[in-house]
Design a protein around this ligand. Structure first.
Ligand code: PEP
Ligand code: MN
Length: 250
C-alpha cells in the first residue's frame, strides 16, 4: 500500500481508470481486470457519491468500498476512492491507497486538515469554481498536517456553455506544473461530461504536461448509475493509453 505515491513519481504517466461508482460486485470485478489489461495503474470507483440530486444513486457506501478493494486485490491494483465525510477517515485509511477529495470538497477545510494528518496519498481535485490561487491555498491545508503525498487534479471549471459539462483548463495544468511541487493529473471525463471528446482532452492534457489521467470507464455506459454519458469503453481506454504514451514521449 505504501509505495503507490513513489510509483507515481517514478512513472512518466499514471492512468487512473474505472467506473464513476461501484455499482455491484460483479461489475467492479469484471471491469477491474480489463482496466489492468488496458494499461490502468490505479483502479477508481466511488462508494460515497457526491450527487447533485439527493434522489440520484448515492453509492454503496462502505460495502462499495470493500468491493472495490476486493476487486483490485484480485488483479493487484491499488485503489482510489472519494471521501466525503471526515467521519469515514479511518475506514479510508484502512482501505484505500489514495484518498480522493472531490471538487465539491476542495473548500472543506476540516476534511483537508484531517487527511493532512494521515500518511495516505491524497488526490485533491480543483474546485469547479476555484481560482488557481484558492486551489493552492487549499493544498496548504493538507500540507500543514505534515502530509506531502499530494496529487493535484484539474477536472474542469464551470463555463457558460452547456455543450460540455465543464471546461478543462489546460493553462492550469501547465501553471500547476510550473509550480512544481506535486504531480499534476487531469480528469477529462468530468470536464467533458461526454465520452466522445474525452480522448482529445486526454491528449491535450498530456501535451500540456500532465503526469497522469483520471478516466471514467464503464462496460455498459447506457446502464451506468452515475456519469454514464462521459464513460469511455475499455477499448477506448486502451487507445487513449497508447496514444497518450506516445504524446508524452514527444
Ligand atoms: C468523481 O470522481 O466521480 C467525481 C465526483 O468527481 P468530481 O469531484 O470532479 O466531480
Ligand atoms: Mn463521476
Amino acid at each position: 500500500m505504501n509505495n503507490v505515491y513513489d510509483e507515481i513519481l517514478k512513472r512518466d504517466m499514471t492512468i487512473i481508470a474505472g467506473p464513476c461508482a461501484v455499482e455491484n460486485e460483479q461489475m467492479i470485478f469484471s471491469i477491474s481486470e480489463k482496466i489492468k489489461e488496458g494499461g490502468g495503474h490505479v483502479l477508481r470507483g466511488g462508494a460515497f457519491k457526491m450527487r447533485t440530486s439527493v434522489h440520484d444513486f448515492q453509492g454503496l457506501g462502505k460495502a462499495g468500498l470493500m468491493m472495490l478493494r476486493a476487486a483490485a486485490d484480485a488483479c493487484e491494483l491499488p485503489i482510489i476512492s472519494e471521501i466525503t465525510d471526515v467521519r469515514d477517515l479511518k475506514l479510508f485509511c484502512d482501505t484505500v491507497d489514495i484518498i480522493q477529495i472531490g471538487t465539491r470538497n476542495m473548500y472543506n477545510y476540516p476534511l483537508l486538515k484531517a487527511v493532512g494528518e494521515t500518511n495516505r496519498p491524497v488526490l485533491i481535485k480543483r474546485g469547479m469554481g476555484a481560482t488557481i490561487e484558492e486551489y493552492l491555498k487549499a493544498v496548504e491545508y493538507i500540507e500543514q498536517g505534515g502530509n506531502k503525498k499530494i496529487i493535484l487534479c484539474e477536472r474542469g471549471v464551470r463555463g457558460f456553455d452547456t455543450a460540455t459539462r465543464n471546461i478543462l483548463d489546460i493553462g492550469a495544468i501547465s501553471l500547476l506544473k510550473q509550480w512544481g511541487n506535486y504531480p499534476v493529473f487531469a480528469d477529462p471525463s468530468h470536464a467533458a461530461g461526454r465520452a466522445d471528446i474525452v480522448p482529445a482532452l486526454c491528449y491535450a492534457a498530456v501535451a500540456a504536461g500532465a503526469d497522469g489521467l483520471c478516466i471514467e470507464v464503464h462496460e455498459n455506459s447506457q446502464e451506468a448509475l452515475s456519469d454514464g454519458a462521459q464513460a469511455v469503453s475499455v477499448a477506448m481506454l486502451k487507445k487513449i493509453v497508447n496514444k497518450s504514451k506516445k504524446i508524452k514521449k514527444v
